[in-house]
Design a protein around this ligand. Structure first.
Ligand code: ADP
Ligand code: MG
Length: 340
């Protein structure tokens, strides 16, 4: 099983940023409102991810690290979301097989926290507020060939930050902080709580609050000029809703890595989406500039397959033409509309 895990790890864990992506993903699934990532040496020496989520009960700690262990399938109804969300309990087992891993966790209703050392299997009481800390040390220590492929600490750090950025752009209600070598390198504060939404008198107000929260997060993460130099995308066609912001073509900052696409809240890399966005910009984009955008596609989960790749970063749409058209027209309309 160790070998199977290591092979699976080859697909899931490519570099420190892959670990950060999976751990932050889990923290979000656990309902965290605050997530802190701490790194040493670009994440190669140490990655810790702390959250204030639901925690893992003492007796479930050893199970969480096993292959195909997932708490996210509890009943038959959940099986449907397995098909659509791609939960499969691979990540922690994979990470544990290529690192020295420890889990420290305390559910709200448990008096003390417990710490599990993945190597030794030792489980002992520890001190912690409710929530979970995942600690991943010495990534690829047992597979030097893999370790050799890692780039400089600065490059690995940049990838780690990028991994958190992708999550942060889709979860404005969660606060994020990233520390490297004891220094705070990024911090994005929570912009919207569930209570704010509950207090909203109607759907329209709620929608406004969501857009405001998203704008605040986009400004924090992509820079304040992005807000001024972008237009709101909000377009519904058939089964597809496209929201977000598209940078106006002459925006000064235009880099290749400033295109963010999400499907049902998950960051994806998808040719249908990028092609549609690019096509929308075609007429207004001068020279070889890269448009800056963050687009959030919502679609019936049954109309998209996220299980094409273990990292769930690729998707397959049942009707990709419909999605393409929605993004194309959504971005086109936004760019063509007079700016407020
Ligand atoms: P998956 O996320 O696909 O279920 P993982 O291997 O990523 O699989 O995680 C295994 C299980 O460990 C999860 O299903 C969850 O029960 C538990 N878990 C992992 N991280 C956390 C966390 N930060 N807070 C609470 N539970 C967690
Ligand atoms: Mg997971």
């Amino acid at each position: 099983d160790e070998l199977v895990s290591q092979i699976a790890a080859g697909e899931v864990v490519e570099r420190p940023a892959s670990v950060v992506r999976e751990l932050v993903d889990n923290a979000l699934d656990a309902g965290a409102t605050s997530i802190t990532v701490r790194l040493l040496a670009g994440g190669v020496r140490l990655i810790t991810v702390e959250d204030d989520g639901c925690g893992i009960p003492r007796e479930e700690l050893p199970i969480a690290l096993r292959r195909h262990a997932t708490s996210k399938i509890r009943n038959l109804h959940d099986l449907e979301s397995v098909a659509t969300m791609g939960f499969r309990g691979e990540a922690l087992a994979a990470i544990a097989s290529v690192s020295e891993m420890a889990v420290l966790s305390r559910p709200q209703d448990q008096d003390t926290a417990y710490m599990l050392d993945a190597r030794s299997g030792e489980l002992r009481p520890a001190a912690r507020n409710p929530g979970t800390t995942m600690e991943v040390k010495e990534l690829f220590f047992s597979t030097p060939a893999r370790r050799k492929f890692l780039k400089t600490d600065a490059t690995e750090l940049a990838h780690c930050i990028e991994a958190v950025r992708r999550h942060a752009l889709t979860r404005p209600s969660v606060g994020f902080a990233i520390w490297h070598e004891g220094k705070l390198v990024e911090q994005w504060r929570a912009t919207l709580g569930a209570a704010d939404l509950d207090a909203a008198p109607d759907a329209e107000t709620r929608e406004q609050l969501v857009q405001q929260a998203l704008d605040k997060r986009l400004a924090d993460v992509l820079g304040h000029d992005f807000l001024e130099q972008s237009v709101v995308v909000h377009y519904r066609a058939g089964h597809v809703l496209v929201r977000g912001r598209a940078g106006v073509p002459n925006a000064a900052r235009a880099r290749a890595d400033q295109q963010f696409c999400y499907v049902n809240g998950r960051f994806v890399r998808d040719k249908v989406l990028t092609h549609a966005a690019r096509a929308a910009y075609e007429d207004v984009l001068h020279g070889n500039r890269q448009p800056v955008y963050a687009l959030y596609v919502s679609i019936d989960p049954m109309r998209v397959d996220v299980n094409v790749h273990p990292t769930k970063i690729e998707v397959r749409f049942r009707d990709s033409r419909e999605v393409h058209q929605a993004v194309l027209h959504g971005v086109e309309n936004a760019l063509a509309a007079p700016r407020a």
